[in-house]
Write a new protein. Structure first.
Lengths: 389, 389
């Protein structure tokens, strides 16, 4: 059982203002114990009394709420984009900023850009003091140590002391996680996976990764690198992968693989839609494949179906292994939409045990590009409110 | 945090007799609270005082121990064997029985045979009254409901009310789980995985299954069928599988697949050792392959290596996904030994992230054929001692 402090603050965050009586009932604690905890939290400036609850016949009870002045920072640093939001203690957005970045510029430059946006938010009056910061980055992270670990697309970031430096700059605790995990946390907090305890969130971007919730908690694995499904083998005789092995899922599907295959289909004219796009723009993108498929180009449809099939086989294996209650597909390539989803579903349902898939929804992310920043805010608040880690 | 009652009984089970002072310290509870709980447990007949602890200078403190009269039943029902043990509350064997069975005889016959062995144990004086029963069966189980669910090799068992009938016959609570899970529980309690929190236990028998511990707890999945890795696809153009799909792991490795391949190698004389065995005995078994390999027969070595490779690829994917701290290989075919283990290790280490495998032991089961019955006893005691499920 988590400590009362965390459960109480989490309740106020997610349910809004509530009377003492109601709060004691929901948390299942004696009112005297609740009163003592609320005194401490009031002294700490985290909660306050706010007006009176609607009467239910007896004496009206004062409402308890999170102090409206609480401020959290949520940062979603991607390979090419930086999103920063300032929220109140209930995770409502107070200010939001987005910029294009290039993760290849290295950690010092990007840390400065994060700090510049946070300074701008402060100058705009979004906050005076931050309770905590949650940040997601596009590579493997040691969650325990708050540092990136050999991130393949982030040169110069290996073991960069991100948590320590951000914490020092803003005098508050910081949680660092990978981009897929914060999206998974966001989707489970406020998206399609709300209240689902065991769920796989699959991000299809340039690469492919998976965020795992087990029994209601984010599962990162003993070494913090659980969910790295992009390097599961799908074909022993397949494409070489950037990791040095062959036939990895990521070498066959995902933004990079799809761009490679789309270019080939454009060059050999097996796809009239992609050939036209190549002639016009000098290049083709996964978005072109999606548009080609929507317009009925058979080669584009085949590319998406083949990718969905590859991913579906991997997910079918994970369904047999972990028996989740839901699979959520997110990330940029979730935009490939229902052709992709139909293929994934078809493979998962065909290849997994009936017992595991009898009631298994495979659905698209609801929060789309905002999943990450919402998850980072959840992470920040969990840290500030004292979630046991 | 688990209830004090369970933590206390579990301590006494695993650590043996201990003084009140020591117990209070280990459980981190005030002595007054401990005393009240011990009074209740003494009244319930579960614990008692037993002699005095060795003096450490002051007054000698009485030792607390589980009542030595407690009795649990552990049942491991396999496809061809039935093992029953009666243990005391500390899981020490009081009596043990084994019989050959045929799971195809159906649930009524096999339930009677379980009851016959339990009646024999009672007649032998092994128990008067059972606190609880733990039983493992060779097929998928709804742990929550205590019934088999569409078990492929157990005709007539689907939804057979095993827990209810056994409980009624012996007037005690019963826990029903699958054979792989009880082996995993046994190995983590008293075998090579002791004190490891996130472990995969892989059973290679006729088929292949996996028992999963996550963060110290058995993970069965929302529908109770987690760990069914035998039907993960290893080759889209592979062998047809009994499940109706093609290219499942089990269709390529495991007792059934190895027997098929060994027979082929004997018939086409690609394996002199197997050909000789076939001529002599009229059939070949996985044991013959193990012996052929040990004697240097190249085709036998190749069969084991190929199987280890198939399993290794699947395990590498699961390592990337769940990032366990240990993999344990058990079941009858673990007897294929170090050729098998070397191949599995080679593939897992080559194909998984360095971060995930930097410190990942892949080892053989220590408990061998006793893993199941030990796990069933653990399960029985957890149930009797009030583990939160």
């Amino acid at each position: 059982m988590s400590p009362l402090r965390y459960r109480l603050l989490q309740r106020l965050r997610d349910d809004g203002p509530v009377s003492r009586a109601e709060l004691a009932a929901r948390l299942d604690v004696p009112r005297s114990r609740l009163a003592a905890e609320l005194d401490t939290l009031t002294d700490d400036g985290l909660v306050r009394e706010a007006g009176l609850a609607a009467s239910r016949g007896g004496r009206r009870s004062p409402l308890i709420e999170l102090d409206p002045g609480l401020r959290l920072a949520a940062v979603d640093l991607g390979a090419t984009s930086l999103d920063v939001e300032i929220t109140n203690g209930s995770l409502e957005t107070v200010a939001a900023y987005s910029e294009q970045v290039d993760i290849g510029e290295g950690p010092r430059v990007l840390l400065r850009r994060v700090n510049d946006l946070l300074a701008k938010a402060r100058a705009d009056g979004a906050y005076d003091r931050l309770l905590s910061i949650g940040i997601g980055i596009p590579g493997p992270v040691s969650f325990r140590d708050g540092v990136p670990i050999s991130p393949p697309i982030m040169p110069g970031w290996d073991h960069f002391p991100l948590r320590e430096l951000l914490g020092r700059d803003h005098s508050c605790p910081v949680a660092v996680d990978n981009d897929v995990n914060i999206m998974a946390i966001g989707e489970r907090h406020g998206g399609v996976a709300r209240s689902v305890d065991t769920v796989l969130f699959v991000k299809i971007g340039t690469g492919i990764g998976c965020g795992i919730h087990i029994d209601g908690a984010m599962f990162r694995g003993p070494d913090g690198c659980a969910g790295d499904i992009g390097h599961i083998q799908v074909d022993p005789d397949g494409w070489p992968c950037s990791c040095g092995n062959t036939g990895c899922l990521e070498a066959h599907f995902g933004g990079a693989a799809l761009t490679r295959d789309a270019l080939a289909a454009a060059r050999d004219h097996s796809s009239p839609a992609l050939a036209a796009r190549l002639a016009e723009h000098g290049t083709v993108t996964p978005l072109d494949v999606a548009e080609g498929a929507a317009a009925g180009d058979l080669a584009c449809i085949a590319l998406i179906r083949d990718g969905g099939n590859r991913l579906g086989v991997v997910l079918a294996g994970l369904v047999s292994f972990i028996n989740p209650s839901m699979i959520v597909i997110g990330g940029g390539l979730a935009g490939l939409g229902h052709v992709l989803l139909a293929e994934i579903r078809s493979v998962v349902y065909r290849r997994s045990l009936p017992m595991a898939t009898g009631n298994l929804p495979v659905v698209l992310s609801e929060l789309g590009p905002r999943a990450g920043v919402i998850g980072a805010a959840v992470l920040a608040s969990d840290l500030a409110y004292g979630q046991p880690l």
